[in-house]
Design a protein around this ligand. Sequence first.
Ligand code: HEM
Length: 208
Amino acid sequence: MSPMSDTPTTPLSVALKAATAPTHGVLDQRIMAFNPFAGREHYAAFLQMQYRFHRDVDALFSDPELNRLLPGLSERRRFHQVAQDLADLGLTPSGDDTPPAFVPGAAVDVPGALGWLYTEEGSNLGGAFLFKLAARIGFDENQGARHLAPHPEGRAPSWKAFVAQLDAVPLDADGRARAAAGAQAAFARVLGHVEACCPLPVAQGTPA
Ligand code: HEM
């Protein structure tokens, strides 16, 4: 579905999924090409990437208006878990010298922020697969893969509840477009973090 065919009768979550499907595909492939579960060093790079993304969105979870629209939002944040995962591996975060996408205390464009939160919460749904792979190299909800663990009420129920809240937010066409732009910006941001933290080996035989 192109953004042109997005109409207010389409639930927002469905429109956001359609708007970000191509980038999601690119991102999945790029992450798996890096092979984050090849060993401790690759996993550490993956964690640095996740750290940067969760740091980007962390301020949104304490925003009063977003918490009013999405009750319980503040309990969904995963930044502290990612930071703890890094600490479990004896690592300190990289990238703290640059500002996050959302600065604590700054004014937030609510529809755009909804798009960012859609991307962040969706990543926990898709994270089921990553959580299983992390277990193979010895990381779990108690050590190293805390941020990939399901939310306490379960992965699918948590996602369904979030989507219901998201879809109940009244937005006009402009708000929906801003939400879609926010979701796309979040995916683009993650892709940038992957490029920075998870470099692929330089292809052999490629002309300089
Ligand atoms: C290798 C990495 C990834 C894989 C294999 C993956 C895979 C998946 C899968 C299988 C689903 C569907 C789950 C279901 O419907 O039960 C999903 C959903 C989703 N993922 Fe990913 N994902 C990856 C990384 C990410 C990242 C890094 C983000 C964003 C930061 C992300 C954002 C989303 C979103 C927003 C959804 C929800 C789509 C919807 O509206 O239904 N994913 N992912």
